[in-house]
Design a protein around this ligand. Sequence first.
Ligand code: GTP
Length: 336
Amino acid sequence: MDAVVLAGGEGTRLRPLTRTRHKSLVPVCNRPALAILLQWLAEGGVSRAVLAVGQAGAVLLEAAQRPGFSPIPVTAVEEREPLGSGGAIRNAVREAGIEGRFLAVNGDIYAGFPLAPIVSAHERAGAQLTIALVPLEDPTGYGVAELDPEGRILRFAEKPPPDSVKRGLVNAGVWVFERELVEEIPPGPARVEETLFPALAEAGRPIFGVQCEGTWADLGTPERYLALHRQLLGERSAIAARVAIAPGAAAVRSAVGEGSEVGPGALVEDSVLWERVQVGAGASVIASVVADGVFVGAGALVRGCVVGSGATIAPGAVAIGRKLEPGERYDGRDEA
Ligand code: GTP
């Protein structure tokens, strides 16, 4: 079975991280999100991945074709303009010659539940479309599905406003499609979540939801990205190769990327550090995402920040709740 991996979004909400790295290559516990996703697809029975990409697609394809990155063959179909999920699926299916049943997945998700049972459920139900659903306590900002007792989707409430719904089953961005359904995607740029899916539910067509248990997240925002790490790490840390943690320094519930250095007495807590980050003596990095090549000066405090690639936090600076652009230097002192 083929899978279309949607990876042509702009990743605006994950800026400044996505200014220098494709959203699908952002590391999750030190491994590119897309590498984890491709492995998951392969384990679920997918034999080829077609990346539906935008203009930055060459970088993604090049990474995905590096030895050791993907256990299955990967190709890419480029869009001249963003087509939305629906247009992207139609385009990729046609361009890559996908036939028969296929999967479509958002290229910015982490899925810890097994894929094969979703495809089996699709087959058993004789569905035209099956959507993986995950229960979330706070479904604000996601599409929520309502099912009948047999698992048929009755309707969607797409991205409910805050407080309108408590706990809901949300669209996990993993869809099993029958090929003929592609012809029903409206022409031009369109999101299937807002067009095809609700139209099918309204018409009483056989579309099913499968409730999936296990870790799931999208990397849409820095908050969700950090929350995913909290879930995956628990009380542990993920320390990559060639990381130097000096005596008296600690990395607690954090991911620390390859070649990073944490100086004497420094603390990294509830944070994600990409590659080659330097944390100076006595500095603290707390609840932050720090991109590659960032320098945190001695004695600095970085809390609740998202720090772009190659930025500098000056020695003794205090940065609280800031977003720093790639290469930016910060030497202020926020109120702690
Ligand atoms: P934001 O700009 O922050 O909304 O990021 P995004 O566009 O990446 O986020 P969204 O949640 O809308 O996208 C979910 C997945 O679909 C991501 O993996 C995107 O790369 C992908 N995607 C979104 N729009 C398109 C598109 O027009 N074409 C393709 N091929 N993929 C898309």
